[in-house]
Structure formats: structure tokens, C-alpha cells
Design a protein around this ligand. Sequence first.
Ligand SMILES: NC(=O)C1=CN([C@@H]2O[C@H](COP(=O)(O)OP(=O)(O)OC[C@H]3O[C@@H](n4cnc5c(N)ncnc54)[C@H](OP(=O)(O)O)[C@@H]3O)[C@@H](O)[C@H]2O)C=CC1
Ligand SMILES: CC(C)(CO)C(=O)C(=O)O
Length: 307
Amino acid sequence: MRIVVLGAGALGVYFGGRWIEAGADVTFLVREKRAAQIKENGLKINSTHGDYEIKDPHVLTDPGEVESADLVLFSVKGFHLEGALDHLIALAAKGAYVLPVLNGIEHIGILQERIGKEYVLGGLSYIFATLNDEGHVEQAGDMHHLYFGPLEASQKKVCKKLEDISYDAGFISKNHPGMMQEIWKKYMFITALSGVTTASNLPVGSIREHPESLHVAKMILCEIQELAEKFGAVIPDEDVDAAIKNIYSLDPKATSSMHKDRLKGLHLEVDHLQGGAVRMAETVNFDVPYIRAILGIIKPYEKASIG
Ligand SMILES: NC(=O)C1=CN([C@@H]2O[C@H](COP(=O)(O)OP(=O)(O)OC[C@H]3O[C@@H](n4cnc5c(N)ncnc54)[C@H](OP(=O)(O)O)[C@@H]3O)[C@@H](O)[C@H]2O)C=CC1
Ligand SMILES: CC(C)(CO)C(=O)C(=O)O
């Protein structure tokens, strides 16, 4: 199986690197600046699950140079989706399936519409990872989960192949038959967690200490639960409870990738996550007041380097 990683950031390099470690054929499709950084510094994973240096990573900047690909791990931020679509279309035309691992929900419909439903798999990840100043991955904590699965019956075969390849890779993988439900559950969790941590500029431990702040997170979970139902995805109450337990189980210093991006002065995915929920709610005449409020609080920090 030939894998192309489109978005050689924290997730792309972590999972791409682990596949390479297990012997898979992986190419990183990057932009010029990242290509230069990789040429200068190489690619390393620093991880609680074991460090790994990718020797001579195969790096390309032009999708035209990709001879063939069976799968694209699509791991850009939500605000880079539009800019990467032409590459995805070109790779799908060569027969590649696209496995998006972005947080969020709107991207699934966009990808299906622009690339074709048959090419878009369901995917998500639970991991705490970020790039350091040299462009290497820093992964922390126990979680390093990659979930994938078919959204169309015709995709079962490629998912089985990916399951086999991932079996030997040093992360936890799951070929899940109900990925749309899982993507909604992750969306519910991350919309709440990224919302409260980024808006307060505090890690999860500080949120837990303040019932008023935790209440906001819980209300966001409930709003997404209701929103999901309006889009045909039922998130049972037990899954909302599990999300709350998850918030309690995290290391007090842990925080969302969006909050980490705020601390680094990087562009935030707030329009893709909280903004997406508000947009989707509007289409079904539903109100999500807590999410709208959090969106309003984070919005001034959205553009890079505001602090
Ligand atoms: N980090 C985490 O812990 C987690 C993140 N997620 C989600 O996963 C997704 C990816 O996050 P993460 O890996 O942290 O993001 P990063 O910002 O670390 O990486 C994204 C990469 O995409 C690259 N990129 C953007 N546009 C293009 C393009 N057109 N062609 C090639 N490369 C491109 C960027 O490269 P460039 O340097 O050129 O800008 C960057 O290296 C997000 O939706 C995030 O919410 C989910 C779970 C956990
Ligand atoms: C849920 C969490 C915190 C880890 O996967 C995440 O997705 C993120 O920080 O973006």
C-alpha cells in the first residue's frame, strides 16, 4: 500500500512516521517552506511511546510527481482545506482514497462533494502532539489512537488493507464500521475542550476547578449532541457522560491543540470547529448559544500572532 501524507505536521509526521517504522511506503507531500525545513533538520518523533527518526524521508512538493498512491492521510488544519483540495483531487484521480483526520465535521461533506463520496473514508485521531521549533513531533501522554473506517461499502477493502498495515505500527488503530458516529463524538468533545481551554487560555485542570467553567464545557457537549441528532447522528447520553469523564481523566496540564496554537500565536481552527457548528445549526433553525458565545470570545485570537 502506497501512502501519501498531505500535511506533514504533528499528526501527519506522527502516523506517517510510525507506518514507516513498520515498513510501509510513505511519501510526505509538503509546501516549499516545510520541504526546506525537513531538508535541513530531518524528521523526528519524540514520544512517550518511543522516539523515532525517519531516515531519508521521501518528500515531494508536487502531486504530479506522485506516481501512484492507494491512500492519502489528510492531516492539514481546517483553514487549509480549500488550499489542499486540488492536490487531493489529483491524487484521487490516480486512485487514492482520502483518510481525513482533521477535527471537525464540515470537512467530510466538503470532501465528499469535491472529490467524490467513493474516495472519502472516515477518520479521526486522539493524540496530544505538536511540532517543535525544528519541525519535529512532540507527542505526550498515552493517547495515540487512529480510527478509520468505510463511509461507503465499497471502501471496506482499502480499510482492511490499512488495518493490516497499521497492525504492526506503533500506535493504536481501529478499523471502525460506524465512523460517522465516532466523528460526531470526537467533534462534540473537541468543540467543548478546545472552546473552554482556548477561550480561558487555561489548561483542562483549571477548567475542572471551576464549576462555572466546567458547566460551559458540558453545555457545549449537549448542544453538539442535539445538533448531531438534527443531522441524523444519535449520540447517546452515555457518550456525553463519557466525554465528561474524559475531561476529568486528562492530566491537569493537558490542553487542546487549538489552545496550544493560541499560546504559539498561530492561526486557530475556531471557524472550522465552533464556527462550523454555528453554521450547521443555522441551516436547521437550531440555536447553539454556548458555542456562539465561545466562538465570539475566541474569534479575536483567530488570526496568527495576536497572542
Ligand atoms: N495536534 C493534535 O494533538 C491533534 C490534532 N488534531 C487535528 O488534526 C488536524 C491536523 O492537526 P496538526 O497535525 O496538529 O496540524 P499541524 O499544523 O501540525 O500540521 C498541519 C500541516 O499541514 C500542512 N499543510 C497545510 N496546507 C498544506 C498544503 N496545501 N499542502 C501540503 N501541506 C499543507 C502545514 O504545512 P505548512 O508548514 O506548509 O503550513 C502543516 O505542516 C487538525 O484538524 C487538528 O485539529 C486531532 C487530534 C489531535
Ligand atoms: C482531543 C484532543 C485534545 C486530543 O486528541 C484533540 O483532538 C486536540 O487537542 O485537538
